[in-house]
Design a protein around this ligand. Structure first.
Ligand code: UDP
Length: 242
């Protein structure tokens, strides 16, 4: 067995990562690719919990901008993350990876409710746990959910999977040829430089609780495996201020 650096990880998969070229909805071939990547580290014995986003289906903010009540629109966003969670479960099960979906908003017919101790037990038994439904509260994001769950289950790191972006840059590399990629940052620098990797709630939670984060490109095969083996891929953002 090759050595692994991170034994228990939270993988944050944004809704966008499941949408493919259209940028909207759920694309089963894309789900299959993501599931294959997850399987590759599951095969190494890494304990994996996934927090899925919902932005490919619905974002609360967009609803609010169009005149909806923000909390109502956010609950719709949380529902969207459940659809993505079920799609990911399907993709993983087709590859014979055992999974459980846990939702923070009860939906007993489709998923278990979120129970921290049970989630940890599943991980110990080698099941991939998919956390859907965000935090269960409006006005939060699934990035904040990833940090919260990482703290709760004592994950070693949060792996933030990006689409075709291989880390954190000083500016948008598509627009600015002088954009510089950072190999390492702290959460405090991320907040001060306003680099927009996560919302400030998620960043401060990660900073206060010393939870490291690695931003990397999921679209390059082998990347996720290299990350859990400790290769310097993407940008590592250390929790804390130093
Ligand atoms: N959401 C929420 N509370 C949470 C997590 C998510 O209200 O704890 C809602 C919010 O409306 C958000 C939507 O769910 O816009 C989808 O989540 P997010 O935008 O984080 O998904 P991603 O950008 O990762 O696809």
């Amino acid at each position: 067995m090759p050595e692994i650096k991170y034994n228990r990880v939270i993988l944050k998969v944004s809704g966008e990562a499941l949408a493919g070229d259209k940028g909207f909805g759920i694309n089963p071939p894309v789900i299959k690719q993501v599931a294959e990547q997850i399987k590759s580290i599951h095969d190494l014995g890494v304990q994996i919990a996934i927090v899925c986003g919902g932005g490919n289906i619905w974002r609360g903010e967009t609803g609010a901008e169009m005149g909806m009540d923000r909390a109502q629109a956010d609950y719709m966003g949380m529902m969207a993350t459940v659809m993505n969670g079920l799609a990911l479960q399907d993709g993983l099960e087709q590859l014979d990876v055992p999974t459980r979906v846990q939702t923070s908003i009860e939906m007993r017919q489709v998923a278990e409710p979120y129970i921290r101790r049970k989630a940890v037990r599943h991980l110990e038994k080698g099941r991939v746990v998919i956390f859907a439904g965000g935090t269960g509260n409006p006005y939060f994001s699934t990035d904040t959910t990833a940090v919260l769950r990482a703290a709760e289950i004592e994950a070693d790191v949060i792996l933030m999977a990006k689409n075709n972006v291989d880390g954190v840059y000083s500016a948008d590399p598509q627009k600015d040829p002088n954009a510089k990629k950072y190999d390492e940052l702290t959460q405090l620098e991320l907040i001060n430089k306003n680099l927009g990797v996560m919302d400030s709630t998620a960043s401060s939670l990660s900073m206060d609780n010393n939870i490291p984060l690695i931003v990397f490109n999921l679209n390059k095969p082998e990347n996720i495996r290299k990350v859990v083996q400790g290769d310097n891929i993407g940008t590592i953002i250390k929790g804390g201020t130093k």
